[in-house]
Ligand binder design. Structure first.
Ligand code: ZN
Length: 190
């Protein structure tokens, strides 16, 4: 844990310069600062930290790339028991820097099949590069894309007996019983 990097994390970089010089960069910030990401999520572990690394690279056709890796532990709501669920998130994305807004929407200027031959079909995420490129925002975007749609505990702490919580004394719900039956009846009717 490098505490110094939490407050001193570089947020803005000169994106094209970064790639030209082949640089790399690591940073971290408290999860609480990612307000866009946390919108709609349950209360987070106050000590949770987001870490990221950015590495300059080139695509097969010389495209300027920033390979971004992000990781954190996010608290999401289990869609079965509605309880909090700590979910480790690790994700990587290859950001392709473009110079104009128009290029963002442009279909690729090369043949997709060429790309596949060159680089096993790697997909780059086009972003607008600039001299004040907001790395923090890219990290947040990537995390947002990494939030699972229907997160669930492998085994819910309260037996997963539904959202109402109307059975405080751990009475097995009919569903749990049923699931148990299904699980142990592997040799029946197969
Ligand atoms: Zn659950």
């Amino acid at each position: 844990m490098k505490d110094s990097s939490e407050s001193g994390a570089v947020r803005h970089i000169d994106a094209f310069e970064f790639v030209r010089l082949g640089r790399s960069l690591e940073g971290s910030a408290p999860l609480a600062r990612f307000v866009r990401l946390l919108d709609g999520l349950p209360e987070q572990d106050p000590s949770a930290v987001v870490r990221w690394s950015a590495q300059a690279d080139r695509g097969p056709l010389g495209e300027p790339l920033i390979r971004l890796a992000v990781e954190t532990v996010l608290t999401v709501q289990c869609q079965r028991c509605l309880g909090p669920l700590a979910m480790p998130i690790e994700s990587e994305v290859a950001l392709q820097l473009v110079e104009t807004e128009a290029e963002l929407d442009d279909p690729d200027t090369f043949d997709e099949s060429d790309l596949e031959e060159l680089d096993a079909g790697q997909d780059f995420e086009k972003v607008l590069g600039s001299r004040r490129f907001d790395l923090f925002e890219q990290v947040e975007d990537e995390l947002i894309l990494s939030v699972p749609y229907v997160p669930r505990h492998d085994v819910c702490p309260d037996g997963g007996d539904g959202p109402s919580g109307d059975a405080p004394e751990k009475k097995p719900s009919p569903f749990a019983v049923l699931a148990g039956l299904k699980g142990s009846a592997g040799d029946v009717g197969k």
